[in-house]
Design a protein. Structure first.
Length: 529
């Protein structure tokens, strides 16, 4: 029986004098106790379709020229804001894509879950704490009562996602809309979150609408799928049937859009460009009125590795393993002990002033391109920013020429350089971040989860781009990723990290063909099962 029916839905946006037709005549239904996957690349209309269900779009800028969304026989699109509020959260709840930006950084976990209980009057206020602890236990916090006063920044990515699920379940909904629930999570945490959702679905009788670009997730988690492109459903049906025999050309393209490149050929006589010996990073634990140091958290323990010119060093591991922390130490952005050598110079021996010339030689592309690009700056200003710091003598004409060439290098239209980040897709924003780094002509590029928020087709394009840039510019990459498919396509040598330790270090071929440690084998199983 269909619990939710979307019939011929169209969602448009008024953008000045222009009408953007984001969703055009979309239809699908969600059965009781089943999981429906909405699949497609960035801009296909997946999230807009889902946000239309609970009317969370920016009305009146957004409007629906046609269609119905029926829940228990009622058309949600015809409901007033007061009426839809009674449905939103209590009947139909949503888990948003990025928990760090969806959770309020100023409020504790207890307060944020408690707000849902208060709004929907789930239980008396005196029982809030007991109910919140129960919800935390339900989503995998065995120490829920000790997490009530925690703030979002004090939790890992997986833990924040569990809090988002707890908030969604607080209203005891019938339908759970999960918008990219595992986007930025490592493979083992992804598996844990999706196993949790499956268990909750079975225990609570939930119907789940899963929005994702991860086809591996879709294959294992959904009963039915709708493939969307350019605001339309191009194919729909049973998951097993579509994966077995896709009919539409775009569906076939999606299913086959896995990075198929191999690491670039190794340069002859390549010399080490970046290395670390006995690298250790620890953070003090301060307690008491006078904040005395009571101990240390060891983020990275006695790490050794070397990166040659034109090669890629892949770093993999789950959240909290020390991957990004180690990268920040290589950039000398956090304190560490041990030796860090770049092109024969010990960076750890240099003062802050002496480090300045080396800043342009080692650049970083951060995980979240939207968060790392200033929304108040144009693309021209963002990409050129480093030149104003390191090459102050350049004229505006030369700077503009360098920006144009950097955008061409990453296959972006230079005519768009007067636009702002929000006017670009996720894949385009990642290219902007890449252009900002490349304009400095670095020797080493640190790539921190460069494809985590991108759909499969865009991932493949970006991997090909990184491959071509490395070959043409003889760049060296430090590639941090939880996606072992991306690592396999780009990395020559791979480090596997867990709890700050390097548990395994091997060549690409050696690691993927013969993983030695149980932890590496677990990662492989989670990624390729």
């Amino acid at each position: 029986m269909s619990l939710l029916q979307v019939q011929n839905l169209s969602t448009y946006f008024q953008d000045g004098s222009k009408i953007v037709e984001a969703v055009q005549g979309v239809s699908f239904s969600l059965e009781e106790g089943k999981t429906l996957g909405l699949v497609g690349e960035s801009g296909s209309g997946k999230s807009v379709s889902a946000l239309s269900i609970t009317k969370l779009l920016p009305y009146p800028k957004a409007f629906h020229p046609g269609g119905k969304i029926l829940y228990k026989g009622q058309n949600l699109l015809e409901m007033s804001e007061e009426e839809i509020r009674k449905i939103r959260g209590s009947e139909i709840a949503m888990i948003f894509q990025e928990p760090m930006t969806s959770l309020n950084p100023l409020h504790t976990i207890e307060k944020q879950i408690g707000e849902v209980l208060e709004i929907h009057q789930i239980c008396p206020e005196k029982d809030f704490k007991k109910r919140i602890v129960k919800l935390l236990h339900m989503v995998g916090f065995p120490d829920g009562e000790h997490r009530l006063n925690a703030y979002p920044h004090q939790l890992s990515g997986g833990q924040r996602q569990r809090v988002m699920i707890a908030m969604a379940l607080a209203g005891e909904p019938k339908i759970l809309i999960a918008d990219e629930p595992t986007t930025a999570l490592d493979v083992t945490t992804q598996l844990q979150i999706m196993t949790l959702l499956k268990k909750l679905q079975k225990d609570l009788g939930l119907s789940v609408l899963l929005i994702t670009h991860d086809l591996n997730l879709v294959r294992h988690m959904t009963d039915d799928i709708c493939i969307m492109r350019h605001g339309k459903v191009v194919e729909a049906g049973k998951t097993t049937e579509i994966f077995k025999k896709p009919k539409h050309a775009y569906t076939k393209e999606l299913i086959s859009s896995e990075p198929d490149t191999k690491p670039v050929p190794i340069l002859k006589d390549a010399q080490p460009i970046l290395s670390a010996k006995h690298l250790e990073i620890k953070f003090p634990i301060k307690k008491g009125l006078f904040q005395k140091v009571q101990g240390y958290v060891h983020a990275v323990n006695n790490a050794h590795f070397s990166l040659d010119q034109g090669q890629t060093l892949g770093i993999v591991g789950e959240s909290g393993s020390g991957k990004t922390t180690m990268a920040l130490a290589l950039l000398r952005l956090i304190q560490s002990s041990g030796d860090i050598s770049f092109d024969g110079t010990l960076l750890n021996k240099l003062t802050s002033k002496e480090l300045i010339p080396f800043r342009k030689e080692i650049q970083i592309v951060f995980q979240d391109p939207y968060g790392s690009l200033s929304p108040r700056m144009t693309v021209q200003e963002i990409i050129a920013e480093g030149l104003y710091v390191h090459e102050k003598e350049l004229s505006d004409i030369i700077i503009d020429d360098r920006v144009v060439r950097a955008m061409q290098d990453v296959r972006l239209d230079p005519e768009t350089r007067g636009r702002y980040p929000h006017e670009f897709s996720g894949g385009q924003r990642q290219r902007i971040a890449l252009a900002r780094a490349l304009i400095m002509k670095p020797k080493v590029l640190i790539l921190d989860e460069p494809t985590s928020a991108l759909d499969r087709a865009v991932q493949k394009d970006l991997v090909t781009l990184l491959h071509d840039l490395q070959k043409s510019l003889k760049l060296s990459y430090v590639l941090i990723s939880h996606d072992l498919r991306i690592i396999r396509a780009l990395a020559h040598n791979i480090i596997v990290m867990r709890h700050g330790d390097i548990v395994e270090q091997n060549s690409n071929e050696g690691l993927f063909q013969n993983p030695k440690t149980p932890y590496t084998k677990t990662l492989m199983q989670a990624a390729f099962s």
